[in-house]
Design a protein around this ligand. Sequence first.
Ligand code: FES
Length: 214
Amino acid sequence: MPLEGAGSWAPVALSSDLPPGTVIPAWTSAGSIALWRSQSGRATASSDRCPHRGMRLSHGFVRGEALSCIYHGWSYSVSGGCIRIPAHPDLVPPDSIRVAVQQVEESGGILWIAIGQPAMRPPQLDELEPLRSLSVETTVAAIEAAAGAQADARGLIRLPEFPWISLLLAAQEKHTLVLLMIEKHRSAADRITASRIVESLRRTAEERHREIAG
Ligand code: FES
């Protein structure tokens, strides 16, 4: 079966959600990801499963330019190769021990992960500035209904009553990731307003979802 969204880019987090030296869980239709940023600032999307005993690498930790598993400390480079096995400090790990990595692009304050081999770069949203990310416990369709607008091909909704506010939506396994975006150069008061509006929209969408789910 073809992979949903294959050959496209999925937004997975805001750049500000991932400071240097951290790892967070992320998800695209291609699977679970450990999204991490090295101390030097490079973002990497590694498969979220350690090849040793299957521990989630998103539970691990970043040290320098490597991601380490929390269980036995095996460490992986930005290209996915295992570079250290603490129980065997003198061993050079064989090339066959590696995690899959997916292409990451960072543009306009958003982290995008490639699903398959996209022919183009991620969507450019130059007119917008990212504000915050939210997890909403419902579907993209329910959020569209609550917002009174449909997402465009980029996954972007412009709120009809507040056209300076946009929401970038990405379906997750059991919820929807919402990245709140606003027109550039808005005031501090507008930023607070936008945040309140999206929280209200989240409540509405989640309440409808619960009603439908019974
Ligand atoms: S499960 Fe990851 S190092 Fe053992």
